[in-house]
Design a binder for this molecule. Structure first.
Ligand code: WQD
Length: 342
């Protein structure tokens, strides 16, 4: 079996991707410092797949420790790099922590890729690199606009670092630009483990619905959109996960068009905040306690993907719609409460 190193493997998207990789015949090892995750996800992966996954508990800004992974695993054929801090607001308060963690980790990894000649590398990027697009849907050749936050800047810089590295390396890479990953594994055994007050929409909805939060706010309903609230491209985490498996298979089959291909990972459908709330209420049969609040600084008015490249070249097929996204997210929130996980 081909061995893949998943960084951030204990995290939300990383853990769902490990499940998909194992189900598609890959051997997987993880590295995660568990600063923003726990080993709970690895247990869930084993329950779902029957396969135990080894995690190297270290921070990738420690080059010596990172290099040791490659000394111990000379047969890594690909890396999927998720490990990064990703809270937009926190990154504005602690920019140096974000630049150090997100960029030094990537550079250390790529130094190991170079030394150990790892053939393939997949980078977790984000639609945040597009900023406020001039039109929608966005395609991969849309201009990269000035990032709204240090978090977004680290994604843009990460893409540039990888593009420049790809020009001088035999390693083939892919940048995957996620839109808004939401939902949970259909088994109900795994989902997003929220740490602290939720900043993202769907955890805020489910935590309000279950009573962890007394109410939530819709940050602005006076935008120039069909119902005044912001529009996003919500994409199920399992669809995102499978796209990573397809990206690796694409590289392994040498189908890549360049040494650093780029793909949007979104459904291509825009959903407003108020529409997302209405869908949740219909799915959960819970009336959500929310108020209209002020606009949130840095919010993009509307963005959703043109995903034709991923569909045509990776063979990606979206399996989940907004209803299943809300249904799986709600079922996961109910499990967190019933099992007292957090
Ligand atoms: C979506 C919409 C909010 C919470 C960010 C990053 C992106 C990715 C996902 C990491 C906005 C509104 C939210 C709430 C609300 N991060 N909202 N009330 O900002 O589109 O994307 O997170 O991978 O890179 O940029 O996602 O879920 O925070 O917000 O009204 O309590 O929901 O204002 O319009 P966002 P989000």
């Amino acid at each position: 079996m081909k061995k893949i190193l998943v960084t951030g493997g204990c995290g939300y998207i990383g853990s769902h991707t490990i499940v998909d990789l194992i189900e598609n015949g890959f051997e997987v090892i993880s590295v995660d410092d568990n600063s923003r995750s726990t080993l709970y996800a690895l247990n869930a992966i084993e329950k779902i797949t029957g396969v135990p996954v080894k995690n190297y508990t270290l921070n990738l800004t420690d080059f010596t420790a990172t290099r040791n992974i490659f000394l111990e695993n000379k047969d890594i054929v690909g890396i999927i790099h998720f490990a990064a801090y990703k809270a937009v607001g926190e990154s504005c308060e602690l920019p140096l922590m974000y630049y150090e963690n997100n960029l030094i980790s990537l550079i250390n990894l790529l130094k190991c890729v170079q030394e150990f000649k790892v053939p393939h590398f997949v980078f977790s990027s984000s639609c945040t690199v597009y900023g406020n697009p001039d039109s929608i849907p966005v395609t991969e050749n849309f201009p990269i606009k000035k990032a709204e936050s240090p978090y977004g800047a680290t994604k843009q810089m990460g893409e540039t670092i990888l593009q420049d590295f790809s020009k001088v390396s035999a390693t083939t890479s892919i940048l995957l630009r996620y839109f808004n990953p939401v939902g949970a594994h259909p088994s109900g055994l795994m989902g997003e483990l929220p740490l602290g007050k939720p900043m993202n929409l769907v955890p805020a909805i489910t935590q309000t619905a279950i009573g962890k939060l007394p109410k939530m706010y819709v940050w602005g309903n006076d935008y120039p959109t069909r119902d005044g609230s912001c529009i996003r491209d919500y994409i199920h985490v399992c669809d995102i996960a499978h796209a990573h498996t397809l990206a690796l298979q694409y590289l392994l089959a040498s189908k890549n068009k360049s040494n650093c291909d780029v793909f949007n990972l979104g459904t291509g459908d825009g959903v407003s905040v108020l529409e997302a709330i209405k869908t949740f209420e219909a799915v959960s049969n819970v009336k959500l306690n929310y108020e209209i609040g002020p606009r949130r600084s840095g919010d993009v008015i509307a963005i959703y993907a043109n995903n034709e490249l991923a569909v045509q070249l990776l063979g990606w097929r979206i399996q989940y719609g907004i209803t299943e996204m809300m249904d799986t997210a709600w079922k996961w929130e109910l499990k967190l409460k019933n099992d007292k996980i957090v």
